[in-house]
Structures are given as structure tokens and as C-alpha cells.
Design a binder for this molecule. Structure first.
Ligand SMILES: *[C@@H]1O[C@H](CO)[C@@H](O)[C@H](O)[C@H]1NC(C)=O
Ligand SMILES: *[C@@H]1O[C@H](CO)[C@@H](O)[C@H](O)[C@H]1NC(C)=O
Ligand SMILES: *[C@@H]1O[C@H](CO)[C@@H](O)[C@H](O)[C@H]1NC(C)=O
Ligand SMILES: *[C@@H]1O[C@H](CO)[C@@H](O)[C@H](O)[C@H]1NC(C)=O
Ligand SMILES: *[C@@H]1O[C@H](CO)[C@@H](O)[C@H](O)[C@H]1NC(C)=O
Ligand SMILES: *[C@@H]1O[C@H](CO)[C@@H](O)[C@H](O)[C@H]1NC(C)=O
Ligand SMILES: *[C@@H]1O[C@H](CO)[C@@H](O)[C@H](O)[C@H]1NC(C)=O
Ligand SMILES: *[C@@H]1O[C@H](CO)[C@@H](O)[C@H](O)[C@H]1NC(C)=O
Ligand SMILES: *[C@@H]1O[C@H](CO)[C@@H](O)[C@H](O)[C@H]1NC(C)=O
Ligand SMILES: *[C@@H]1O[C@H](CO)[C@@H](O)[C@H](O)[C@H]1NC(C)=O
Ligand SMILES: *[C@@H]1O[C@H](CO)[C@@H](O)[C@H](O)[C@H]1NC(C)=O
Length: 389
């Protein structure tokens, strides 16, 4: 429902003129419903999309680049879509734009950029890499490093390609997720400055059960602040260690960038809100200067008005949002029906102007929510802890 209404609203933008070449990857594997739904939506918006993702679940591998040493698969892929003995790199039996590779997410990005796209697609370098939506949140710097979902994005950013990671909490009964589609209204415009990427975390969407969280606003955040780092929990019975969560100043001290931004962990824990954290892969140069830009320039300007500051007086939901030209965006002046409560927001309707009425060079963020299909025989686990790499 949301999907189709938004489709209509953005039809004008989904023209060939701003059709993007998009590489989609993840760390849960090329067969899961999340990435398949993501791919369908990206295509439905008129973009040219390829999936290149791991043969099976590669959660928790961060940015590790691990190439297989076997020419053929030694075991069936996820859900048995591809059988043992098939080549270690290949396509889904039903779709030549859906590729698997038997390696980590970062290896899949490298294989996509240096082999699959140049040789088998009609473009060589994607305009954008989208990763996820991950099964579960990836909050804070520790998960930034550890998550294969985010690892794939910083691998792409290191290759000069803008990338966005999505990580979501899910309703128990069905995967239900949102995604961000970027439209470059001005042909040739850069989607993001070189070296930057974005990590988005989405709350539980409850549309199938109730209306407590169907249209979360997007809050600009930073990774430090309330975030967990792992510790080792010893089990004397089993003699084994498992992880335990620790909130430590070592991980949560703001050193770089805009320290006035709230931690993404705090924003997600506060209720029905999504976090949008901008990152840069140049993280070794401490500075007090915010690398994210101002309201009138840089990436911050491109995020407006849909991605709002937590202190905005009139937060708008992420669905049906619209954009304005850089420098003119203002969440509080373009919409209505918001609620700045930090403990959760109500379903909101927006009176924003249709997307197609927005003029000028811009990046349009159109968020949609889609009911995930049971594409494959997978089990959606009911308990979603914080550690969902
Ligand atoms: C690998 O797969 C190819 C093509 O399916 C096949 O011709 C070849 O014999 C396989 N090699 C091994 C070692 O299984
Ligand atoms: C491919 O399509 C066939 C026919 O629609 C279907 O039976 C099969 O399940 C599909 N396989 C995959 C991996 O989607
Ligand atoms: C590439 O392929 C897509 C989908 O098949 C098509 O929409 C697009 O126009 C093609 N682009 C070029 C430059 O041929
Ligand atoms: C709405 O759904 C959420 C998620 O399933 C649940 O936690 C919450 O209790 C529900 N609220 C009501 C009022 O039923
Ligand atoms: C410790 O290990 C035992 C034996 O494997 C297991 O039954 C128990 O649930 C574990 N305790 C915790 C707290 O994980
Ligand atoms: C609102 O939040 C932003 C980002 O944290 C900060 O830069 C700005 O100063 C805040 N504005 C007010 C009025 O507090
Ligand atoms: C944005 O909204 C705030 C609060 O209404 C207002 O003070 C500010 O001038 C607006 N900024 C722009 C650029 O319209
Ligand atoms: C915002 O939401 C809170 C909690 O649901 C509610 O108490 C408050 O009245 C709402 N404010 C507005 C302006 O709707
Ligand atoms: C978005 O707009 C469509 C069409 O106006 C409407 O049907 C839908 O309810 C809106 N969704 C939200 C969450 O406001
Ligand atoms: C999923 O696979 C399991 C194990 O192979 C099987 O028992 C179950 O019936 C399957 N479920 C569906 C819906 O196909
Ligand atoms: C992949 O593995 C991780 C770690 O074991 C797990 O948390 C996650 O749920 C798995 N993904 C899927 C789609 O099952």
C-alpha cells in the first residue's frame, strides 16, 4: 500500500533521465526476502539494479575481503537456490541481474566492481551501492566495524562510490522494511561527496499488527552515544564464552564530527524513529570540524528536509516526505502532522507538496515500506537482539 502510493508520487522522478545504476548487496545472503524485495522496489522506481551478494549468510564479517579458494560451490547455497558443484560465482537461475559469489560482503563488492558489472552489466561503475536491509540493527562504532552489511558500504566508499547501509528491526510475523531510494534529479550530479557513506537503522514497523509505528521520522545521528561494545561472558557450565554488551566511554567518546548530534543507539531505543548517520572513511584525522556539511552545503543539505535534527519541533514521518533544493529545505516549514516526542511518534500524514513539484538540482529521498514476501524458505527469528551483524 505504502509502496504503491509512493510509487505514484515519485513516478515523475523515476524517468530514464535520473535512472541510476545501483549495486545491491547485503550480508544475509543473496536469497533472503529482504534483499529480493529491495531489488524489486529499486527496479520499480526505474533504476537499473544488480544484486551481487554472498552465497550464504556472512553476517559479522565486517570489511573482511575473503575470496573463496574453490572454483565450485562445495555446499548448496542459501535455501538451495544454487546447488553444490555450481560455479562459485554465478546468477540466480531465474534472473540474470541477481548474482551470488561465495565470499564475504566486501569480497562481493570487489567482485562486482572488478568482474561482474564490467563484464556482464551495461555499466561498469554503479552510481550507488545499497546494502541490506540487514536482519536487525547495527548501532554504534563497534557494529560499524563488525557488520558485514556496513562493511560492504565502506568497501564501496573506499572505491569512491557512495553507499548506504540499512539495518532494521522487524515485526515478528513478517519482515517489513523501509528503504531509501536516491534520485539524482540533475543528471551527472554527485549523490554524495567522495569518501562519505550513510548508515540507516530502522525501528520495528508495526503496520501488520497496529499503528504504533508505521511512519518513523528520520533523525540525523552519530554513531557514538549509548552504543554497545562486546565483552566476554564466561559460562562455567559449558566452559565457553559468549558476548555480553558493555556501554563504555572508550567507544562512546565523541572525538570527530558534530558532537551535538544524538547517538543512533539512543534514538532507536527512544521509540519509533529511524537514525541516519553519515560516516567518512577518513577516520584517522581528529578534528572538531563537522565533516557533514551545513544546512546550505555538503551532505547535510542533501539530506534535508527528510532527515531531521532530533531537536526539530515538528518531526515528519519518513513516508510521503519530499525534498527541497539544497539550502531551502526545512523540516519544520514543509510539513505538518509531526510530533517531536522522544518516546515514539504516531502515524503521521503529510501535506508535503508532490515530489514532482520540487525543482532544481537535488537528491530526493523517498522512503517506502514494503511487506516482505516469503520468497525463500527462511525462518524469521522472533527474537532480535542488538547483535545482528
Ligand atoms: C566445476 O563446475 C564446472 C561447471 O559446472 C564443471 O565443468 C567442473 O567439472 C567442476 N569442477 C569441479 C572440480 O567440480
Ligand atoms: C524459478 O522459477 C520457477 C518457475 O517459476 C520456480 O518454480 C522456482 O522456484 C524459481 N526458483 C527460484 C530460485 O526462484
Ligand atoms: C541498461 O539496462 C537497463 C535495464 O535493462 C536499461 O534500462 C538501460 O537503459 C540500459 N542502459 C544503457 C546505457 O544501455
Ligand atoms: C503494537 O505492536 C507492537 C509490535 O508487535 C507491540 O509491541 C505493541 O504492544 C502493540 N501495541 C498495541 C497497542 O497493541
Ligand atoms: C551455560 O551453558 C549451559 C550448558 O551448555 C547452558 O545450558 C546454559 O543455558 C548456559 N547459560 C547461559 C546463561 O547461557
Ligand atoms: C539542533 O540540533 C543540531 C544538531 O544536533 C544542532 O547543531 C543545533 O544547534 C540544534 N539547535 C538548537 C536550536 O538547539
Ligand atoms: C526553519 O524553521 C525554523 C523554525 O520554524 C525557522 O526558525 C527557520 O528560519 C527555518 N529555516 C529556513 C531556512 O526556512
Ligand atoms: C506527541 O505524542 C505524545 C505521546 O504520544 C503525546 O502525548 C502528545 O500530545 C503529542 N503531541 C502532539 C503535538 O501531537
Ligand atoms: C501517503 O500518501 C498516500 C496517497 O496520498 C496515502 O494513501 C497514504 O496513506 C500516505 N501514507 C502515509 C504514511 O502518510
Ligand atoms: C522449509 O524447509 C523445512 C526444512 O527443509 C521444511 O520442513 C518446511 O516444511 C519448509 N517450509 C515451507 C513453508 O516450505
Ligand atoms: C545470519 O547469521 C547471523 C549470525 O548468526 C544471524 O544473527 C542472522 O539472523 C542470520 N541471518 C538470517 C537472514 O538468518
Amino acid at each position: 500500500m505504502h509502496f504503491w502510493s509512493l510509487m505514484t508520487a515519485t513516478a515523475a522522478l523515476a524517468s530514464a533521465a535520473n535512472s541510476l545504476n545501483i549495486l545491491i548487496t547485503n550480508d544475509d545472503g543473496f536469497g533472503v526476502s529482504n534483499i529480493r524485495e529491495f531489488y524489486k522496489v529499486v527496479k520499480a522506481f526505474g533504476h537499473n539494479a544488480y544484486i551481487v551478494a554472498s552465497t550464504s549468510n556472512e553476517s559479522g564479517t565486517g570489511g573482511a575481503v575473503i575470496f573463496t579458494t574453490a572454483k565450485n560451490l562445495t555446499a548448496d547455497s542459501e535455501f538451495g537456490i544454487v546447488k553444490a558443484g555450481a560455479p562459485s560465482v554465478g546468477t540466480d537461475p531465474n534472473d540474470s541481474h541477481i548474482w551470488y559469489y561465495n565470499g564475504t560482503p566486501s569480497a562481493c563488492v570487489q567482485v562486482a566492481l572488478d568482474y561482474i558489472l564490467p563484464d556482464f552489466a551495461n555499466f561498469t561503475t554503479p552510481d550507488l551501492v545499497l546494502s541490506g536491509p540487514n536482519f536487525g540493527w547495527n548501532l554504534g562504532p563497534f557494529l560499524y566495524t563488525l557488520s558485514g552489511t556496513i562493511g560492504a558500504t565502506y568497501t564501496a566508499v573506499e572505491r569512491g562510490i557512495p553507499a548506504i547501509a540499512y539495518s532494521g528491526g522487524y515485526a515478528v510475523q513478517t519482515p517489513y522494511f523501509q528503504q531509501l531510494i536516491l534520485n539524482a534529479a540533475a543528471t551527472g550530479s554527485k549523490l554524495m561527496p567522495v569518501g562519505y557513506g550513510i548508515s540507516v537503522n530502522l525501528p520495528y514497523i508495526t503496520s501488520f499488527t497496529n499503528s504504533s509505528c508505521v511512519n518513523p521520522p528520520f533523525i540525523q545521528t552519530r554513531m557514538t552515544g549509548g552504543a554497545d561494545v562486546d565483552g566476554a561472558a564466561y559460562n562455567a557450565t559449558s566452559g565457553l564464552f559468549t558476548f555480553k554488551n558493555i556501554v563504555d566511554a572508550g567507544l562512546n567518546t565523541c572525538i570527530n564530527g558534530d558532537c551535538s548530534l544524538p547517538g543512533e543507539t539512543n534514538i532507536l531505543n527512544a521509540g519509533c524513529q529511524s537514525s541516519v548517520s553519515v560516516f567518512a572513511v577518513d577516520y584517522d584525522a581528529p578534528t572538531s570540524v563537522c565533516g557533514q556539511g551545513s544546512a546550505t552545503s555538503g551532505l547535510r543539505a542533501l539530506l534535508q528536509p527528510l532527515v531531521q535534527y532530533a531537536n526539530s519541533t515538528n518531526l515528519i514521518g519518513g513516508l510521503n516526505g519530499t525534498s527541497a533544493a539544497p539550502g531551502t529545505g526545512n523540516a519544520t516549514t514543509t510539513t505538518s502532522g509531526g510530533n517531536s516526542s522522544s518516546t515514539g511518534t504516531s502515524p503521521q500524514a503529510s501535506t508535503s507538496a508532490p515530489v514532482s513539484s520540487v525543482a532544481g538540482p537535488m537528491v530526493d529521498f523517498s522512503w517506502v515500506a514494503v511487506a516482505g514476501e516469503s520468497y525463500s524458505n527462511e525462518t524469521i527469528k522472533p527474537s532480535l537482539g542488538k547483535h545482528r551483524y
